[in-house]
Design a protein around this ligand. Sequence first.
Ligand code: EPZ
Length: 431
Amino acid sequence: MEQYAIKGGSALVGEVEIGGAKNAALGILAASIMTNDTVLIENLPDVRDINVMIQAMQSIGAIVTRVDRHTIKVNGGNINTQIVEGDYIKKIRASYYLVGALLGKYNSAEVKLPGGCNIGTRAIDQHLKGFKALGARDAGIDGGMIVAHAANLKGAHIYLDMVSVGATINLLLASVMAEGMTIIENAAKEPHVVDVANFLNCMGANIKGAGTDVIRVRGVQSLHGTEYAIIPDQIEAGTFMFAAAVTKGDVTVKNVIPKHLESISAKLLELGCEIEESDDAIRVVASKPLEHTHVKTLPYPGFPTDMQPQITVALGLAEGTSIVTESIFENRFKYVDELSRMGANVKVEGSSAIIEGVKGYSGASITAPDLRAGAALVLAALSAEGFSTVDDIKYIERGYEDFEIKLRGLGAMIEKVENDRDIQKFKLRVG
Ligand code: EPZ
């Protein structure tokens, strides 16, 4: 099984190019099958979740052509079924966007229940409530499938009980060709929600207010082809910014939208890092000891839950007591046991982690429990004294393209290995 072998202790220094946003891309891929014309999508990250989504689109008859590693053409004109049932689809969460897209285009969808990272209950009641309001009266879960069928879809006034990225995007997809006006209240404002709305508008949709908490969708007859480049990944960028903090390094993330990274930059400043911003890059310099602080994860523009493990790893090295409160997913501290094995002093009480900073981590054999926690543990290993191995890197590969290659570009001693012999060779090489 593939692992990362890591020798920690060196500061990461240099520039790293950030790829397209995975969570925007997942919504955009689903949206791309809603026209019978061809759509060109650029800046698509080459990561496992995206490739599973493409496989699902192909399984129902969409034609996907790869132009280059990060560019594809999609044609949804030959879709021959509205049932997505391959077992592989359970590997990703965003398969549920195919419900919104197929329902929106064909008034009918049946998609195997999604899987994704095990970070909490992850209910879909708000998605179903919205589909019902739009006219899919039977929307629900039946025999392990999400089902939704409608005679015709009609615009509706939908109030989301909690801010949900998935429900907001799914309801955009389902309502974009519904008759009349749909209003989504308490909508998610994440950059990837805005990117999906922008993409749909480029296809001829009429969506206003994306990025605020009230989105208005006036239904259009049909959507047409377009060419679109996906926004940079806020969380990939944030992870490399924290890599600078954790390794006392100096890292510039390039091809980013600094506005999307404001909450992350603000916390890094509180931790004592220096931040330099330009139009499409941010430099993080960590020349002083890290300072303790508190943080609570919140929907955008708050501090993202997808950056919670990374900031915990950094605060584990900051002198004094810090508190990290997770308010989005109830099961997102599973990595703390692994981090403790590296010497961290973190106690989880309910939805908060109480962190007493330590001087440094020490290398250990650790396992990635999910995507973001896996990436955060890699950062911990990069800062640690000695060797580490990180197991189950398949989770990390769900959302980070060439993670170890990009880290090596910053001077990290990290390699993907398959067995003990590879690990021994790595140890001999890096000394
Ligand atoms: C998206 O998940 C992202 N996934 C997650 O990224 C991210 O952590 C999350 O948004 C929050 O930003 C994708 O975009 C594919 P939610 P999603 O619906 O849409 C509750 C990563 O690491 N809720 O915004 O599933 C839910 O349980 C991943 O890239 C309901 O109760 O998240 C959670 O507590 C992990 N009922 C909260 O709302 C619903 O119907 C927010 O979830 C929907 C959600």
